[in-house]
Design a protein around this ligand. Structure first.
Ligand SMILES: Nc1nc2c(ncn2[C@@H]2O[C@H](COP(=O)(O)OP(=O)(O)OP(=O)(O)O)[C@@H](O)[C@H]2O)c(=O)[nH]1
Length: 455
């Protein structure tokens, strides 16, 4: 990418030059010479007057005689350089004192050039032009630097400069906000010390290798470019951000680290993830979510030898309900049933899900047969208690049939058998007249015991 260029407005005026000399002859000569070149000129015959004029008219260049009454040229130059308002104005000494010591003394007090008298007009003009060119170039640099500083300080992205050892040398205000530290607290800190694992380890290893002039492909791979990291803030909070690390192009042995806030991406990603796992009509878990949790809990129950229960609920005569009251009323009814099912998912690991049309499931890890059986009946009673009018039902209200199955899974069981058992229990409840709850035990362990008892 090309480096940005900044348009500097061309000066609307010719360069202004302040001539400081107490000798009328050389003052007149310089004045006429520079006027003839098209410059605007100001004159002062003492150091004090020169300081005053320089501050007020801000000339682009000062031609300063060394030998002046009162404040001499060297002291005048020192004072000009010590005042912020005049420090950047280039000074050329013009003097008959042209020994090496004089010239060195002139440069040592801040002069940009030294012209020896007697004056040679073409040389004076060439030196004046050269200084004005330098000044204009340095003004462009200053202007660009100011622009860049404004951009870097106003950025929403955090920008930091790091040494080869991974220590922060500069942090812009956005990085201070991201990291929760002030700029001075950040300077000198290791970037890795501000990150949570596993990134902290990777970046520490990356910079340790860089400092030794080595690089390892795997670590380089993980640390160069953009990577999601978690920042450790001083208040103990953790903030996810994208971190981009790249070496400074100009071979200055610096790295540029950019911090990009991904909180809003994270929020929408989380929302998308939640949406993908939720049933859109009722807001409870969908079948996909239930299947994933069931698989996980099944494995856990098998490892720990714990029971796991599944409760299946099916709304009675729901087709009739829809036919008599319409699909929209049917949807509302399902929402009411869903929140009742959810209200029975009391423990953190319990999960209420809509499994299909008017079928709901409760997953109950670490729940034995007795608990599942009690809960199945409580759920049935809760639905009845909703007293949702159902013109096609015997009792006049919506009811549900509930089946529960409990298993202590072993390697001889498969997850589907738990579902089949709960479904069968639910259909038995339907067959027994609906608005019933049935609970069963299932699985190899239970069947083995039954078998042994029967013998
Ligand atoms: N309103 C509405 N109805 C649905 C939805 N999903 C499934 N259904 C309806 O639920 C009804 C289920 O009916 P069936 O499976 O025949 O069973 P039922 O009428 O409940 O009878 P039993 O289960 O034997 O008591 C069908 O009419 C489906 O159209 C839904 O999201 N909204």
């Amino acid at each position: 990418m090309n480096s940005p260029t900044f348009a500097i407005p061309a000066p609307a005026r010719q360069a202004a030059i302040l001539i400081v000399d107490d000798a009328p002859a050389s003052l007149g000569l310089l004045h006429d010479l520079l006027r003839a070149q098209g410059y605007r000129t100001f004159v002062a015959t003492s150091g004090e007057r020169a300081l005053d004029l320089a501050e007020r008219v801000q000339p682009d260049l000062i031609l300063l005689d060394v030998m002046l009454p009162g404040l001499d040229g060297l002291e005048t130059c020192r004072r000009l350089k010590s005042e912020p308002a005049t420090a950047d104005i280039p000074v050329i000494f013009v003097s008959a004192c042209s020994s090496t010591e004089d010239i060195v003394a002139g440069f040592d007090c801040g002069a940009a050039d030294y012209i020896a008298k007697p004056l040679r007009p073409p040389e004076v003009c060439a030196r004046v032009r050269a200084q004005l060119r330098f000044r204009s170039a340095s003004q462009v640099d200053t202007h660009q630097a100011r622009h860049l500083r404004m951009i870097v300080e106003g950025m929403d992205e955090g920008l930091m400069l790091l040494g080869l050892d991974g220590r922060i040398q500069y942090a812009n205000p956005a990085s201070e906000r991201c990291l929760g530290y002030s700029g001075s607290e950040l300077t000198g800190r290791q970037l890795a010390a501000l990150l949570a694992e596993p990134a902290a380890n990777d970046y520490a290893a990356f910079f340790a290798l860089r400092a030794n002039g080595r690089g390892e492909d795997a670590i380089q791979e993980r640390c160069r470019g953009t990577r999601e990291v978690r920042l450790l803030r001083p208040d103990g909070s953790v903030r996810a951000m994208d971190l981009s690390l790249s070496p400074m192009a100009s071979g200055e042995h610096l790295f540029v680290a950019l911090l990009h806030d991904i909180a809003h991406h994270k929020r929408s990603e989380d929302a998308l993830q939640r949406a993908a796992l939720a049933d859109p009509l009722t807001g409870i878990a969908n079948r996909r979510h239930l299947d994933a949790c069931l698989e996980r809990e099944w494995q856990r129950a098998m490892r720990n030898g714990q029971p796991i229960s599944l409760v299946v609920l099916d709304v009675d005569h729901f087709k009739r309900y829809n036919d008599l009251l319409g699909h929209a009323a049917g949807d509302q009814c399902l929402q009411a049933v869903a929140s009742t099912v959810r209200s029975q998912a009391l423990r953190a690991a319990d999960l209420a899900a809509r499994y299909g049309g008017e079928e709901f499931v409760l997953l109950l890890p670490e729940t034995p047969y007795e608990g599942a059986s009690r809960l199945a009946d409580a759920l049935r009673a809760d639905i009845e208690r909703l007293r949702v009018p159902h013109p096609g039902a015997e009792g006049g209200y919506v009811t549900a049939s509930v089946g529960a199955a409990t298993i202590v899974p072993t390697q001889f069981d498969d997850l589907g058998s738990l579902f089949v058992a709960a479904d069968r229990a639910m259909y038995e409840a339907k067959a027994d007249g609906r608005n019933r709850a049935r609970a069963v035990r299932a699985g190899y362990a239970w069947e083995s015991v039954q078998h042994a008892l029967a013998r």
